[in-house]
Design a protein around this ligand. Structure first.
Ligand SMILES: *Cc1c(COP(=O)(O)O)cnc(C)c1O
Length: 388
């Protein structure tokens, strides 16, 4: 659990099972049918580790990698990852010349962004590979129906001038985690129309893509040429709180654990942690666990989150602090150095990231992505070798 590779000492650990990542990607690839899989590994692969996850996902059959910002794509290239990478979030002044030089696909949300990319391509003397973003009803990034004709016309012109290659037309779904939500059908219809408009403007996008994890798993009509699952490759269920997937073959890859710092007897009536929001009911043992909100253990789970020690679950007693929290273990023989599992796949009786999300009033995405840099990552599974 909290043991380091080779049995070395660790205060706490975030263990990532690379076999699980590889197998989850393979399962998603099956689900995607003829569509290609772009494994979404933004935000340090949802805190699982950018480069090890990139390699495991490619091993599992992902044809491409997706990240939010260019810095993430550059980090992949610096680590020697040469697979196709798409980075979709850039502000004016972003390093498009370097993206072009490193063969990174970029997104254009607007004519002005397309012009900036074209200028970078002209300076670089090589075309930029671009995916045009349609806002099909999420009202986040992308060109709305009103601006789309102008964007595709400008793209066609830039393509004719040899400045860009329009590889894709794409969008993003707002409500795919709520099956049957009317927004999804509308977005798919608007997307089909946007592809039509692009085609009529003379573009021949090879990659039409809109599906996130939820859509990849539940909405085959959204798969088009490429799917972009993120959360599901980490083995977590992307569906809303009351919509849990049944019979999914996905396996959570991350286990968060720590070791007990101290265990001591306390009398009944003892106020525990900041603000004394928990009071012992009777004489009991309190154990200190060295992970806190600076490590991503969300403070909103104070008094609610559960952890497992020696096969039994205990609730957090009182407030989660920056570096530590306390559990009340009654008369159980918990001792310094014992393993405490906060969450994992759930098959040894430990809580899951989904249970923590419920306790913290958030979604599993936030539970895993918040795990801080102070928690050592431990890789297990095939491909976890140091040379990996
Ligand atoms: C994060 C993200 C994804 C992946 O979403 P999941 O819900 O984790 O599958 C796909 N596409 C875009 C544009 C994203 O920002």
């Amino acid at each position: 659990m909290a043991a380091g590779a080779g049995g070395g000492y660790l205060r706490a650990s975030c263990t990532v099972d690379l076999d699980a990542i590889r197998e989850n990607v393979a399962a998603l690839r099956d689900r995607a049918g003829t569509a290609e899989v772009m494994a979404v590994i933004k935000a340090d692969a949802y805190s699982h580790g950018l480069v090890p996850v990139a390699r495991a996902a490619l091993d599992g059959g992902a044809g491409r990698l997706g990240v939010a910002v260019l810095e993430e794509a550059f980090a992949l290239r610096a680590a020697g990852v040469s697979a196709p990478v798409f980075a979709w979030l850039a502000t004016p002044g972003a390093d498009f010349p370097r993206a072009i030089a490193e063969g990174i696909d970029v997104a254009a949300y607007s004519v002005s962004q397309l012009e900036e990319i074209s200028r970078a391509a002209a300076a670089a003397g090589a075309p930029a590979t671009v995916h045009l973003k349609a806002d099909t009803g999420m009202w986040r990034g992308g060109a709305t129906g009103e601006d789309w004709p102008e964007l595709v016309t400008a793209a066609y012109r830039a393509e004719r001038e040899g400045l860009i290659d329009v590889a894709g037309v794409w969008s993003h779904l707002a409500c795919a985690d709520e099956p049957g939500h009317p927004c999804t059908g509308r977005q798919l219809a608007v997307f089909a129309e946007a592809v039509d408009v692009a085609t009529r403007a003379g573009l021949r996008p090879r990659l039409r893509h809109i599906a996130n994890s939820a859509a990849t798993l539940t909405l085959p009509e959204s798969h088009f040429d490429l799917v972009r699952p993120g959360l599901a490759i980490y083995g977590l269920d992307p569906m809303g709180p009351d919509q849990e997937l049944s019979g999914s073959a996905l396996r959570p890859a991350m286990t968060l654990a720590a070791r007990v710092v101290q265990a001591k007897r306390a009398p009944g009536g003892a106020g525990v942690s900041y603000g004394h929001r928990y009071t012992t009911a009777r004489e009991t043992t309190l154990a200190v666990v060295p992970l806190g909100y600076a490590d991503g253990v969300l403070r909103s789970a104070s008094g609610l989150g559960q952890v497992m020690v020696s096969g039994r679950q205990y609730r957090i007693a009182g407030r989660i602090c920056m570096d530590q929290f306390v559990i009340d273990v009654g008369d159980d023989p918990v001792a310094p150095g014992d393993d405490v599992v906060l969450f994992g796949p759930g098959d040894h009786g430990e809580p899951t990231a989904r249970a923590w999300a419920q306790a913290a009033g958030t979604i599993p995405y936030e539970i895993v992505t918040r795990i801080g840099a102070r928690v050592p990552r431990v890789y297990v599974g095939n491909g976890a070798a140091p040379s990996g």
